[in-house]
Design a protein around this ligand. Structure first.
Ligand code: RIB
Ligand code: CA
Length: 318
């Protein structure tokens, strides 16, 4: 396994229950080198999401992976949080031990810029929260664009949103940053609600993961206890859509999703449709293509991937 070239990634996120599972999967897979976790305001304030990133890394014993606090609000618009889904802490449900890990001194945007500029252009930017940190990095140092191998994001939808009928949370929370990222000229892979709503963490999935019996599966079960409850209360879902891990599952096995290469733009002009990802799935406009939009996911394969990654961790002492 040592001679397989690892995929280097920076995971920019707003933990967040589903972000936490994405962190666990990225930190465990032998084919991924998680260079750092950068945190953004989103599901909760950046102070809370930063603490949550540290809590998860400490819980899984990955304190060697640096965690950086990033932007506290969108580039232009007012802050939008999702405490209704993720709770007051942003990671309600699990009980964590006293936190000993510390956030890095360097700002997340500076870590992104420095790491990309020092690289050979072989780093994938994975974003599972509002794209503020990457958008700011691209504006501060446009040269980083050529150093980004691919942007893999959880965000958007070519069908309905989940904040407005038009817009999904990660995009509408900072549509201006998303616009900067979607127009940076680098390959983009978009995992929108269209596929994440096909991987609902139903009670039978929770029970399946409970049987894995590791410290990671223990946390998964505690996370889903809260996440699935609020998703049911707000959306009536039978289980919480496991949005963010779709990005990591794709990195682990690209065959888990089906994508179409299309022109995708971010609506930052209109009112009712502000924050929409306009994906020209039928190429009506004949505009230049810029984004691989995921339109299907193999749910069985996805849950097998999740289970396998949770199983890589030490056995639970429960
Ligand atoms: O719309 C779902 C996205 O918004 C997920 O990334 C979730 O964590 C929240 O950030
Ligand atoms: Ca998220």
């Amino acid at each position: 396994m040592s001679d397989i070239k690892k995929r280097k990634i920076i995971l920019d996120c707003d933990p967040g229950h589903d972000d936490a599972v994405a962190i666990m999967m990225a930190a465990s897979n032998p084919g991924i080198e998680l260079l750092g976790v950068t945190i953004v305001s989103g599901n909760q304030t950046v102070e809370k999401t930063s603490l949550n990133g540290l809590k998860v890394l400490q819980w899984i014993g990955k304190g060697d992976i640096p965690c950086f606090q990033g932007c506290s609000r969108p580039m232009i618009r007012e802050k939008l949080n999702a405490g209704d889904i993720h709770g007051e802490t942003g990671l309600d449900g699990p009980v964590f031990p006293p936190l000993t890990l510390k956030i890095q001194e360097k700002h997340a945007v500076n870590f992104i810029i420095d790491t990309l500029m020092e690289s050979d252009g072989d780093i994938t930017m994975v974003t599972t929260g509002p794209m503020t940190n990457l958008g700011m990095a691209l504006r501060m140092k446009p040269e980083i664009a050529d150093k980004i191998q691919e942007i893999v994001l959880m965000g958007g939808a070519y069908t309905n949103g989940n904040v407005t009928p038009a817009a999904e949370f990660n995009i509408i929370a900072d549509a201006d940053a998303a616009y900067v990222c979607f127009t940076c000229g680098r390959p983009i892979r978009m995992m929108g609600l269209d596929i994440t709503r096909k991987v609902l963490c139903t009670p039978d999935i929770v029970e399946r993961m409970r049987q894995v019996g590791t410290i990671a599966s223990d946390l998964f079960v505690d996370l889903m206890g809260h996440f699935c409850k609020t998703q049911y209360e707000i959306f009536g879902w039978a289980g919480g859509p496991l949005h963010d891990p779709c990005t990591i599952a794709y990195l682990i096995n690209p065959d888990v999703i089906k994508s179409k290469y299309v022109n995708a733009t971010i609506d930052i002009r209109s009112t009712e449709s502000y924050g929409r990802t306009n994906c020209d799935m039928f190429d009506y406009m004949k505009k230049p293509k810029n984004c691989h939009v995921a339109y299907d996911i193999d749910a069985d394969m996805f849950w097998d991937i999740v289970e396998r990654e949770l199983a890589r961790y030490p056995k639970s002492e429960k």
